[in-house]
Design a protein around this ligand. Structure first.
Ligand SMILES: [Zn+2]
Length: 172
């Protein structure tokens, strides 16, 4: 059970303390965002329709090669309240960021999706979520039991613990 507890929000997130978001690189690259959904919820995911999302940890894999790179894309995910454009925006609107995995200058999006689907507790809630332009089954995985700090993703990505980050609108 200890593994499931290692990224529970610390007591500090229950206060009104505001934390700075992580410093993000403006270069392009691959990222994975860990989001925690506190309670099960039915969420409409744009054209993919409404789906029942179990509570727990989710890992979303994406890449950012546009202007502003990882800083622009991941910063957008963290701010919340933005226009719903990507599939992940719909889940992000109700789930809180817990951690980030970053691989600047690396094309690892589908490699990480493959890494994650091999995790013993990984499940796919919405087929094709985030994977409209590739042959992956999905780029979003629900993980029943996961120790984020020991998650094995190819290429030794940077790990950013975001438990202590509690922005307005995070709904922790
Ligand atoms: Zn893919």
């Amino acid at each position: 059970m200890a593994e499931q507890q290692d990224l529970e929000p610390p007591a500090a997130s229950l206060t009104s303390i505001q934390y700075e978001p992580p410093v993000l690189s403006a270069t392009g690259g691959t990222y994975a965002l860990a989001l925690r959904l506190v309670a099960p919820q039915r969420i409409s995911v744009g054209a993919l329709g409404a789906h029942a999302f179990p509570a727990g940890m989710y890992l979303y894999v994406g890449s950012a090669w546009g202007p502003g790179g990882l800083r622009a894309r991941v910063g957008r995910h963290l701010r919340c309240g933005t226009r719903l454009r990507w599939h992940i925006d719909y889940l992000r609107a109700t789930a809180a960021p817990m951690a980030l995995f970053l691989a600047p200058d690396a094309h690892l999006e589908c490699v990480w999706a493959d890494d994650l689907i091999q995790h013993p507790s990984a499940g796919i809630v919405v087929p094709r979520f985030g994977a409209s332009d590739c042959s992956c089954r999905a780029h979003l995985f629900h993980l029943e039991a996961v120790a984020l700090t020991r998650l094995n993703l190819s290429g030794a990505p940077q790990f950013v613990d975001m438990r202590a980050w509690s922005p307005r609108g995070a709904h922790v």
